[in-house]
Each structure stands twice: as structure tokens, then as C-alpha cells.
Design a protein around this ligand. Structure first.
Ligand code: IDP
Ligand code: MG
Length: 222
């Protein structure tokens, strides 16, 4: 039960209410009830519908940017994750610190225990690879830390800070080069293109991110 996104559940609940209300209203209209009862029902339905719509509006009104930001600007965003091995090895703080110290802005953060379905969906582009079943099993074997980072060139810079897919080919100073040895235990994930960032951020942060202003940005950007 802890594996469910509360906001997704909230949205589903809201959507269900909307659907139920529409069905109820349609049925009320088509029924042979007296017009007084029917209009009363419609009024109640309209109030509930307005409430449901308002919940949606409130959910989106604090998101002035799409969750994937604006690629190519200082508000470019990427999806980075600390995989189950990174969590087990106590590297959450170190990894976050690297991006914070570089000057990037953390706009989304949560721990999620992915289901196998979520893992399959996340790595869908690799589904024909022989290592896919093992990858899915491992990715869903424990909680991961999901992050949305924002800043200039973050998609490419994030990949560089992670290192190469193969840890043995990763330079010291990179996360994989400093902390990992084997391919299937390379600690972290990062979107590899703007398209991937959009897809992954929509998937892992359906509730959106936090569009906060970092007051020291004038000391980071000229
Ligand atoms: P990436 O994580 O650097 O983007 P991808 O090619 O997208 O690399 O692969 C996803 C993950 O699958 C890798 O991080 C790695 O953990 C795992 N992986 C990739 N290639 C292999 C392989 O040949 N054998 C086992 N695991 C692999
Ligand atoms: Mg990849």
C-alpha cells in the first residue's frame, strides 16, 4: 500500500467522483422522476462536480511550469534516481549534496518502492535486452529515491555527473566512478535526453514539482 502515489490516488478519486457525478446527472436527466427532483439532483451533482473540478484546479494552479520545465533554459529539468543499491549503501545524502553544491535546484524529491510494472514501464526502451528481467527485478527490489533537478544543461550535466553506464569506464569524480564497480549495481539513474526527461518526470512526478525561487541563483548564474 505504501507503493502507491497518494496524488495519483487523489486524482483517480477525483476522476471517479467526476465520472460518477456525470453518470448520475445523465441518469437523473433521462429518468422519469418529476422535474423538481431531477433539477434538485442536478444541482447537487453540479456542486459535487464543481468541487471535483476545483480540486483539479488547485492541484495544477501551483504548477506554473510543466513538470519537465523548459529544456534549453535555466529551468531545464531532469529525472534522477538513486536505485535500490544506492539507497542500501547509504549514498542518498552524498548524491544530493553533489548536485546541490554544483548549484542545481532540487524541485522534486520522494522515496518510492517501484512495483515490477513501474520498473517495466520506466525501462520500456530496454525491454528486448537479455538483462531486462533482471533489471526489472532489481529496480523493484527496494525503495528508490526519485528526484527532479532543475538548472542550465542539467540533462547532459546530470549524465556526466553520474558517469558512464559501465562503472569501470567511469571517471573518478563521477558518482559511478567513485562508488560502483558492476554494471547492474551502478547506483543511479539519469534521463538521457529532453524527451526521456519529459517522459520520466511525467511518470514519476504526476503531481508536479515545486516551482520555488532559489535566492542564491544570482551567485550561480551570471
Ligand atoms: P543508463 O542507466 O546509463 O542510462 P541504460 O543503457 O539505460 O544505462 O541501462 C539501464 C540500466 O540497465 C543500467 O544503468 C544498468 O544498471 C543496466 N544495464 C545496462 N546494460 C546492462 C548489461 O549489459 N547487463 C546488465 N545490466 C545492464
Ligand atoms: Mg538509460
Amino acid at each position: 500500500m505504501f507503493r502507491h502515489f497518494s496524488t495519483v490516488a487523489g486524482r483517480i478519486r477525483t476522476a471517479s467522483v467526476s465520472r460518477a457525478v456525470s453518470t448520475f446527472a445523465a441518469r437523473s436527466t433521462a429518468s422519469t422522476m418529476s422535474s423538481k427532483i431531477a433539477s434538485g439532483s442536478l444541482m447537487v451533482a453540479a456542486v459535487i462536480q464543481a468541487f471535483a473540478l476545483n480540486s483539479e484546479t488547485m492541484l495544477t494552479s501551483c504548477e506554473s511550469l510543466p513538470v519537465y520545465g523548459k529544456p534549453g533554459t535555466n529551468q531545464e529539468r531532469t529525472f534522477l534516481a538513486i536505485k535500490p543499491d544506492g539507497v542500501q549503501r547509504g549514498l542518498i545524502g552524498d548524491i544530493i549534496t553533489r548536485f546541490e553544491k554544483r548549484g542545481y535546484k532540487l524541485v522534486g524529491l520522494k522515496m518510492v518502492w517501484p512495483t515490477e510494472e513501474m520498473a517495466k514501464s520506466h525501462y520500456a526502451d530496454l525491454k528486448k535486452k537479455p538483462f531486462f528481467p533482471g533489471l526489472v527485478k532489481f529496480f523493484s527490489s527496494g525503495p528508490i529515491v526519485c528526484m527532479c533537478w532543475e538548472g542550465k544543461d542539467i540533462i547532459k550535466q546530470g549524465r556526466q555527473m553520474l558517469g558512464e553506464t559501465q562503472p569501470l569506464a567511469s571517471k573518478p569524480g563521477s558518482i559511478r566512478g567513485d562508488f560502483s564497480i558492476d554494471l547492474g549495481r551502478n547506483i543511479c539513474h539519469g534521463s538521457d535526453s529532453p524527451e526521456a526527461a519529459e517522459h520520466e518526470l511525467k511518470m514519476w512526478f504526476p503531481e508536479g514539482a515545486n516551482d520555488w525561487t532559489k535566492t542564491v541563483d544570482s551567485s550561480v548564474y551570471e
